[in-house]
Design a protein around this ligand. Structure first.
Ligand SMILES: [Ca+2]
Ligand SMILES: [Ca+2]
Ligand SMILES: [Ca+2]
Ligand SMILES: [Ca+2]
Length: 359
């Protein structure tokens, strides 16, 4: 381990110790947290009931994705007459809209989270939990209550709007609630219309859109916000318009290429050189003393516009006729192979060190 890294780790450890002390002091004054498993059961009962007693109002709707944030989209079942199919009946539907479940391990329990899929978006361009997203959304909180119906007092689940942002907002997913970090990576971004002006939903097409039904453990839990009481399950409708890849350690490799996406859409934070610093925060990923940025630099003469290799080769985007984005070579391995997906790229190979002479 080099000296800089040693001090970096020491400093980080002290910082964590210091902030943990503060946290303990604060927590002495507050009510103990509810048990996550028990609260998840309570929230699940409310969410299940909400899905069974509400339906999608698709009357005169031709494109759900465009009206996803409308307050009229989800309606309470009528108490008389023919009942429309509840949201719950869309579970695993072969066609869209479709209700799906994602299993999420957190707080030593396994959460099952329902989400509605209206459109998947660009399946090749989905955010990771550390990327920046451009979204529209509307949020409601669920609460049990009673209502007088012809059969007498009936228990119902009410949804109360706490926020509606129909234009767009930018978020770094890592600074949002856990539910957003888990569900947005299941959707893809839209296509930006290069000829349009502005940045709202109208200049994007084919974006990912849906509704997530989050238990409080994946939202604010015991915390409260304006119009969101503690321990509230939350429902968010959303449009995922665009995303921006983030490079957290500034080493020239996007974070999404420094973490592992598992088949169940969970992510693993790898530490290739085993020095205790995960790859996406490690600027010398193989700990050979040469910063990753130097190891991914192209020797001259080279092709493409960047001084650095992209992670994988890039083909030109036909939509941007004025720019040639093509990069013929991704980061090569020691032998010069630049395209095999499973190759050990040279910034992760301790035995490959600069200077590199051939492009
Ligand atoms: Ca990086
Ligand atoms: Ca490392
Ligand atoms: Ca790195
Ligand atoms: Ca290195």
């Amino acid at each position: 381990m080099n000296k800089f890294k040693f001090y970096f780790i020491l400093f980080s450890t002290l910082l964590v110790l210091f902030s943990s002390c503060n946290k303990d002091d604060d927590e002495l004054a507050v009510t103990p947290l509810r048990d996550f498993g028990a609260q998840f059961k309570t929230d699940s009962i409310a969410i299940d009931k909400y899905l069974q007693t509400h339906y999608l109002n698709l009357e005169s709707v031709t494109d759900i994705a465009s009206v996803v944030n409308s307050a009229d989209l989800i309606k309470k079942m009528p108490t008389t007459g023919t009942l429309p199919p509840s949201i719950f009946t869309l579970f695993n539907s072969p066609t869209l809209p479709r209700l799906l479940i994602k299993k999420i391990k957190k707080h030593d329990i396994i959460y099952s989270v329902y989400y509605l899929q209206f459109s998947e978006g660009d399946s090749a361009e989905k955010p990771c939990p550390l990327d920046e997203v451009l979204v529209t959304y509307r949020g409601t909180s669920l609460k049990s209550g009673t209502e007088t119906q012809s059969t007498g007092q009936v228990e119902v689940i009410n949804a109360t709007e706490f926020e509606n942002n129909p234009t767009n907002s930018k978020f770094t997913l890592s600074s949002t609630i856990a539910g957003w970090q888990e569900i947005f990576p299941l959707f893809g971004k839209g296509t930006f219309d290069e000829t349009a002006t502005g940045n709202g939903p109208n200049v994007y097409s084919n974006f990912g859109s849906g509704i997530m039904f989050l238990p409080s453990g994946l939202a604010y839990y015991n915390g409260s916000r304006t119009n969101i009481p503690s321990y509230s399950p939350l429902v968010f409708s959303f449009q995922l318009l665009n995303l921006k890849r983030i490079d957290n350690d500034g080493d020239g490799i996007f974070t999404i290429d420094e973490i592992v996406k598992n088949t169940d859409y969970s992510f693993t934070y790898s530490d290739s050189d085993g020095d205790g610093i995960v790859d996406f925060l490690d600027f010398d990923d193989d700990n050979d003393g040469f910063p990753t940025r130097n190891e991914i630099k192209k020797p001259t003469p080279f092709q493409g516009t960047s001084l650095y290799y992209p992670f994988n080769p890039i083909v030109d985007n036909p939509l941007t006729t004025d720019i040639d984005e093509s990069e013929p070579k991704g980061i090569p391995d020691k032998s010069g192979d630049f395209s095999t997906p499973t190759r050990v790229r040279r910034h992760l190979d301790k035995t490959a060190k600069p200077p590199y002479t051939t492009y």
